[in-house]
Design a protein around this ligand. Structure first.
Ligand code: FAD
Ligand code: NAD
Length: 476
């Protein structure tokens, strides 16, 4: 390191920290980004949870496992006869690891191109915008910066009654790197991770039981979407048990018995491995020295305002370590905003248009308010829906399940929320996000030409249906 003083030091190189560092570099600021992520073999890697143990490896396995499942169960419908379909899990996992490696090495190259000094090791904020950097060999060095950005992310929440043992009771990272398909997999938590990773291992042949404490399935999603999703997950064979409060895990000769209670009383289920996926907590371990002035809220998140300023001057915080949804793209937008604000530019994040996607089959995606939320708000509204059954491209793909739904204001036609369950929902939602970002009305969507035959026509037709003028489906 040629200099120990920077305009900006970012602590954490996940999807919040690394874009912040790159944008700061693009803004001609001198910037260092410190990251301590270590893989299970001890090697350092940039990219944080998302690239190393989250978004990217989970999507690699979701893709591979879906191809395997479709080859086994759906190709015959297309008139493709495949004999002896066999799983080579080692090859599947090798591919997953290669994709992760490619992605994380890419960040080092991006840092170089943007003039970012990438440092691998631990960063600790000291008072007066000083940062103690401990390198790979344990050597400490004091760095200073005009601005420090905290982007230290999150870690899996632990369940006291079912403690991780790293072997049989594992977190999502462990569940991504399993070397054999468990015969019986228990998942605690029917949230995004439970559903995505539960789907992966179910498709690869495991019996999967998911224990969810709440009585409601996917409460953050629109009610109609959640009901449709539950139907499909049950069809896949995910045994989702709602209202299940887990009290203990007992290791026996034949496996692990999870004891839980539900509306009918005490229950138990025996499995071979358990994935605990009950949410994540902000990660701030050994991040603060004395007197930094950075305050945490009661749940341990770094307190920030709308512009991600902490309670300490020129210290900012972004991504999973602050309030808001724990999503990579939310962190990225915050990172870019902060780097621009530091450079004196105008920047903001529109928290109302952050899309959510669950990469199961069918995929689930939404942006804005659910119908239930709009109803509670008291604003008069209209709903348009269109089933993929009536979409030619979806039928041609043999993927005609689910629907698009649009919730709009009756008074001024504003689009309030869009909810999609079906093929490529995660891609289709981008149009709705753009429409809402530009305050488009339902009529704007109705007047936008969509290519035929595409899945996007389903969203177009849902917009038409909001005014009961859909063409390809009866307007009930
Ligand atoms: P992180 O990615 O956690 O990065 C923080 C980095 O800071 C880490 O590298 C950490 O080692 C480092 N660090 C921490 N403390 C220090 C320190 N003191 N000094 C130096 N370095 C430090 N989100 C999506 O949007 N889409 C998805 O499909 C998706 N899939 C997911 C799948 C799984 C299995 C999981 C677990 C998460 C998934 N997420 C997904 C969530 C997503 O990974 C997080 O929202 C995102 O990684 C948060 O980014 P971040 O930069 O805030 O934190
Ligand atoms: P989550 O908040 O999505 O789901 C956790 C689930 O566990 C909830 O349904 C909750 O009710 C349940 N739960 C909590 N305590 C429980 C208990 N004691 N027993 C049984 N159930 C319990 O959290 P997650 O699935 O762990 O994911 C963590 C974060 O990672 C999420 O914030 C999510 O946004 C992010 N993530 C995003 C994606 C994506 O964008 N596709 C994928 C994976 C993870």
């Amino acid at each position: 390191m040629s200099s120990t003083h920077f305009d900006v030091i970012v602590i954490g190189a996940g999807p919040a920290g690394y874009p912040c560092a790159i944008r700061a570099g693009q803004n001609k600021l001198s910037v260092a980004c410190i990251d301590e992520w270590r893989n299970k073999d001890g090697s350092y890697a940039f990219g944080g949870t998302c690239l190393n143990a989250g978004c990217i490896p989970s999507k690699a396995l979701l893709e591979s496992s879906e191809l395997y499942y479709r080859t086994k169960h759906e190709f015959a419908t297309h008139g493709i006869k495949v004999a002896d379909v066999a799983l080579d899990l080692a090859a599947m996992q090798k591919r997953r690891a290669q994709i992760v490696k490619q992605s994380t090495l890419g960040i080092a190259a991006l840092f170089k191109a943007a003039g970012v000094t990438g440092l691998q090791g631990h960063g600790k904020l000291l008072s007066g915008n000083r940062v103690e950097y401990t390198d790979k060999d344990g050597r400490k060095q004091e760095l200073t910066a005009k601005h420090v950005v905290l982007a230290t992310g999150s870690a899996p929440m632990e369940l006291k009654s079912v403690p991780f043992d790293g072997k049989d009771i594992i977190d999502s990272w462990g569940a991504l790197e399993l070397e054999s398909v468990p015969k019986r997999l228990g998942v605690i938590g029917a949230g995004v991770i439970g559903l995505e990773l539960g789907s992966v291992w179910r498709r690869l042949g495991a019996e999967v039981v998911i224990l969810e404490a709440l009585d409601t399935f996917l409460p953050a999603a629109d009610g109609a979407v959640a009901r449709e999703a539950l139907k499909h997950f049950k069809k896949l064979g995910l045994d989702i048990r709602l209202g299940a409060k887990v009290s203990s895990a007992e290791k026996t000769k034949s496996g692990i018995v999870l004891h839980y209670s539900d509306a009918s009383g005490a229950q138990q289920v025996e499995v071979d491995k358990v994935v605990v996926a009950i949410g994540r907590r902000p990660y701030t371990q050994d991040l603060f020295g004395e007197g930094t002035g950075v305050e945490l809220d009661e749940r341990g998140f770094v307190k920030v305002d709308e512009e991600c300023r902490t309670t300490a001057p020129n210290v900012w915080a972004i991504g999973d370590v602050v309030r808001g949804p724990m999503l990579a793209h939310k962190g990225k937008e915050e990172g870019v905003m902060v780097a621009d604000l530091i450079a004196g530019k105008v920047a903001e994040v529109n928290y109302k248009t952050i899309p959510s996607v669950i990469y199961t089959a069918p995929e689930i995606a939404w942006v804005g308010q659910t119908e239930e939320e709009v109803k509670r708000s008291g604003r008069p509204y209209k709903v348009g829906t269109f089933p993929f059954m009536a979409n030619g491209r979806a039928r041609a793909m043999e993927a005609a399940v689910g629907f698009c739904k649009i919730v709009s204001a009756s008074d001024d036609d504003e689009i309030l929320g869009v909810h999609i369950i079906g093929p490529m929902a995660g891609e289709l939602i981008a149009e709705a996000v753009l429409a809402m970002e530009y305050s488009a009305s339902t009529e704007d969507l109705q007047r936008t030409i969509h290519a035929h035959p595409t899945l996007s026509e389903a969203l177009h037709e849902a917009a038409l249906h909001a005014d009961k003028i859909a063409i390809d489906f009866p307007n009930r």
